[in-house]
Design a protein around this ligand. Sequence first.
Ligand code: COA
Length: 367
Amino acid sequence: MTRYAHITGWGMSVPERVLTNDEIAQFVDTNDAWIRERTGIRERHIANPEETTGLLATQAALKAMEVANVRPTDVDMIIVATSSPEHLFPSTACLVQDRIGATDCGAFDILAACSGFIYAVDIAAQAIKSGSIQTALVIGSETLSRLVNWRDRTTCILFGDGAGAFVLQASDEPGGVLSSMLRSDGSGGDLLTIPAGGSSIPASPHSVGNDLHFIQMNGREVYRFATRVMAKATEQVVEAAGLKMEDIHLIVPHQANYRIIEAAARGLKLPLERFVINVERYGNTSTASIPIALCEAIESGRLQREQNIVIVGFGAGLTWGAAAIHWTGPFPSEKKVYQQRYQLLARARSIARRTLRRVEGWIYGRK
Ligand code: COA
């Protein structure tokens, strides 16, 4: 029997603090008019020190699970796509797993920069379609404000913080993720990079003194690359899904720059109204931008059941990708799942496990 991977839950979380272009203009040489004209961005949300990538991811995930009405114990796989993980390891996905109390599940991060969410959706959908899992939680979460050089006006105006999450579930009913494509071109790796902090350039006084732990970008080249790949990737997944462009109700592109989305619309000969655009309020939230845009489209009623959409993105690597999705919404379920009860249980379980590990360590240490 053919299995399908439907998107049955969605949720987003953004920090409360909003940083406007005018505020940025107070500490670097820029201005609101320049930023708006070149990028379409008006403001972005910035995390406070307590709001970590894992916390935003957990908040978005809980909302998505609430919509899908699934228990944390139903989740078989958690994928966090992020360019700003809490640590190199453990993965941010494992932090989410512990916080939500998903006791029977694999958890890992994906590093494909801003294309990461599409990569994660593809992997989760393939795992569901193959029959190896039933339910996946796919999250894009970022606190890029911590990796931005706030003295560099060419990059600090672009990025923002936030998270978005999907629940994907198996079904015999046709629909869900119909087709997807993932691509990469490592020859452009130096165009958008955080040079230090990995094994190539470990942290040192030199790396810190030379700002090598911050985002560095060749904006013009990234712009050219993005406008080249968006339309083609969209066309490829629409064709692979057996659809025509007129069957696509909405395109949800990565929100990096208004002009890049305009160029994609021109390339596809589609009106801009067919695109979901919210970059003006969030800036580029990397892996979180597509799920946040999609959440807003659903909440505002722009997306209805039985409509087809395309998600399409690009990012450092270089990477790009797209997926065509038949939108079906949550599965009907009889019994409401009370997420808060599971939350309390998850916290208690986590504390108990840590305590037990400490006690065991103490006992074996004495021996
Ligand atoms: N405020 C004012 N002036 C700025 C500025 C800012 N924030 N940033 C750059 N400038 C200046 C430059 O110094 C340059 O001045 P010069 O001509 O005197 O040298 C001038 O503006 C033009 O710079 P340029 O880099 O050519 O601008 P641009 O039109 O390419 O716009 C970006 C810059 C970053 C907005 C644009 O290249 C872009 O959006 N690229 C894609 C980035 C992206 O999406 N990255 C994420 C991928 S996931």
